[in-house]
Design a protein around this ligand. Structure first.
Ligand code: GCV
Length: 615
């Protein structure tokens, strides 16, 4: 299989890793020998240093390179060596350790082979109701994950449908164990999403976490699961969220629910990752008091300090749901006595479906302004992987998987450095073209934001699919996602005198966002309800900014398309990127014309520049 669309950041992805590799060190030897040969580089000596665990150290001894590392660190060191050689960068200095111990990928794969919010084809490991995979591709996946630095793969959707429950039942465990065996040599441990109501399929009339029969069932199940997969990382749970079962049914708190499961798996060293994505998904749009972004904080902040030590509360980066622009979730800042994980989304659900280019490292980097990286102890990303030949659909979407791994190793890493390295490792373009590709990637988020959701006008998407414009699509729906645009104004007042959302932040952050003069323009309509004639810091009116940004966003997308045509990417990547860019341009023009028409009809205010607005 020499099709260059497989080209990823690794120098030799198309060579199969021997299937009898039993450990990270075996893979490291194989990768180094092969990779260095391909790169005409000297093969370093590998030196195990078990105390380093995931850490590694690359140095010279007697003029010869040495890669020393712990059990998995030696593998990470091997990839780091090859990356540096291929990218023509200096070898990393000193001992390198990952910033986050758990660097998780959450796959929303269903056992029927479909993927919720998947844009790269069907599942790589499920089909027809259970595990079904191509060993060669899973070994390739293993090396991609290891070379990016990801160490936990949650195999199934957090919405646990009936058929997926068997993954942890006796009939499903041998398959789970076989899959774990393939990824283990790459330092990747599995995790499973479980349903809180699972005991009820076993003659137990309740899932009440304080019921001894429920507790016993989970403890016995955990014994069986860890007998089959002794290094399983743990469980991931979506409870009381979007119709998934949970402890609220029994009048119990989420600490009661999470701790019950955590105690069942603690003897096996498992972690219980509990998602904080809890809100009322049956809201009445007439209700202007309930404010969805406040929900997670209201549920969890009072529980701070009540979770067991092996519980990790996993919180989405923003208080809504992976929108193009959201402030940091206040829940992440409110729970100093709870282990927290930051959840981000590589799957481009609201960010262009892997049709529109959208590089994510700049977004994660921005989080640090309000969220110091040490406030969380783990990271999780919703996967963008699928069975497409290139794994991630758009030839550039792999940059997000790679970039996520690098971010998880070092959340302070500069986005441009990551994207440049990815571009260099993947395409090896001449310098000016490499610069152009890096620029294109670096700008891609701002451009997408400009033509879809400037000033944080999020949720104007087509309901269900979440691609393309529909300004009123979610306005009268049950999901609590309203902009409340009328003929005079738009946005939600979330200050103390509005819904009070801003009060969930520490003082300094609250003050910054509460004043429209200090609130960044990009978050303006998230925090404030403003009249169309409101004069912004740059002197333009709000309505003019809405029009201008949509026009400007399309122009910027056209410039990206132009830049793309000048890149000598290998085929078929080039044709595929150009084909998707044509679709992106159509999407951008649709957003511009629909949203501008919407606001023009409502406000009756003309564009000061007299450009075409289709009414
Ligand atoms: C897995 C959003 C998505 C759902 C997803 C949910 C979640 O609502 O649209 O598809 O469900 O988030 O994160 O649980």
């Amino acid at each position: 299989m020499n099709n260059p669309i497989h080209r990823a950041w690794l120098p030799h992805l198309d060579d199969d890793v021997p299937s009898d590799c039993a450990s990270c060190a075996d893979v490291a030897v194989f990768e180094l020998t092969l990779g260095c040969k391909r790169l005409n580089a000297s093969v370093p000596q590998l030196r195990p240093e078990p105390g380093l665990e995931e850490g590694y150290h690359i140095y010279e001894e007697g003029g010869k390179p040495v890669v020393a590392g712990g059990d998995t660190g030696i593998l990470y060191g091997a990839y780091a060596y090859m990356e540096a050689v291929k990218a023509r960068e200096p070898l990393p200095e000193g001992v390198r350790q990952p910033f986050y111990r758990l660097r998780m990928l959450n796959c929303w794969d269903n056992v029927d082979g479909s993927i919720e919010r998947g844009y790269s084809g069907r599942s790589l490991w499920f089909e027809g109701g259970g595990f079904h995979w191509n060993p060669r591709r899973i070994r390739q996946l293993g090396r991609m994950l290891a070379s990016a630095g990801v160490n936990v793969l949650c195999v199934n959707n957090v919405n646990v449908h009936a058929e997926a429950r068997k993954l942890i039942e006796d009939e499903g465990l041998p398959e789970l164990a076989r899959f774990a065996d393939v990824l283990r040599p790459f330092g990747v441990r599995l995790m499973v999403s479980v349903s809180f109501a699972q005991p009820m399929g076993h003659g137990i009339p309740t899932a009440d976490p304080l019921d001894p029969a429920v507790q016993r069932w989970w403890a016995e199940r955990a014994d069986a699961i860890w007998r089959a997969v002794p290094d399983l990382a743990g469980f991931l749970v979506k409870a009381d969220s979007e119709h998934q079962p949970g402890p609220f049914t029994y009048g119990r708190s989420h600490a009661d629910g999470a701790n019950m499961l955590a105690r069942a798996i603690a003897p096996h060293g498992g972690v219980l990752v509990w998602r904080a994505f809890v809100y009322n998904c049956l809201q009445d749009w007439r209700d202007t008091v309930t404010d969805r972004p406040m929900a997670a904080y209201q549920t969890y902040a009072p529980l701070d300090g009540q979770f067991d030590d092996n519980v990790i509360l996993q919180v989405k980066n923003g208080p809504f749901d992976f929108q193009v622009r959201e402030p940091v979730s206040p829940t992440l800042l409110a729970m100093p006595h709870t282990h927290l994980a930051l959840e981000v989304q590589l799957a481009q659900e609201y960010t262009g479906h892997q049709v529109d280019v959208y590089a994510m490292n700049p977004m994660w980097h921005e989080l640090a302004e309000d969220l110091p990286p040490e406030r969380v102890m783990a990271v999780a990303a919703v996967s963008n992987l699928g069975r497409d030949d290139n794994y991630t659909g758009h030839p550039f979407a792999a940059a997000n998987l790679y970039g996520y791994g690098k971010y998880a190793w070092d959340p302070r890493v500069e986005p441009e450095a990551v994207l440049r390295r990815w571009a260099r490792l993947t395409y090896a373009l001449p310098e000016a073209q490499e610069d152009a590709l890096v620029r294109l990637l670096m700008d891609s988020r701002d451009v997408y934001e400009q033509y879809t959701a400037p000033l944080s006008l999020c949720w104007m998407v087509n309901p269900g699919t979440h691609y393309g414009p529909s300004p009123w699509g979610y306005e009268f729906a049950l999901w609590g996602t309203y902009n409340r645009a009328d003929r005079d104004a738009v946005g939600i007042d979330r200050t103390a005198s509005g819904t009070g959302y801003a009060l969930q932040y520490p003082e300094a952050i609250r003050v910054k966002y509460e004043d429209p003069d200090t609130c960044p323009d990009k978050l303006l309509l998230f925090f404030h309800r403003l009249r169309y004639d409101y004069v912004m810091r740059d002197g333009r009116t709000l309505i003019q900014r809405i029009y201008d940004d949509h026009f400007e966003g399309v122009r910027a997308a056209e410039a990206m398309a132009e830049a793309l045509t000048r890149l000598d990417l290998p085929e078929p990547n080039r044709s595929e990127a150009v084909r998707r860019m044509d679709m992106q341009l159509q999407n951008a023009r649709e957003w511009r014309d629909v949203v501008n028409a919407f606001f023009h009809r409502l406000s009756g205010i003309d564009d000061a520049e007299g450009r075409k607005i289709y009414d």
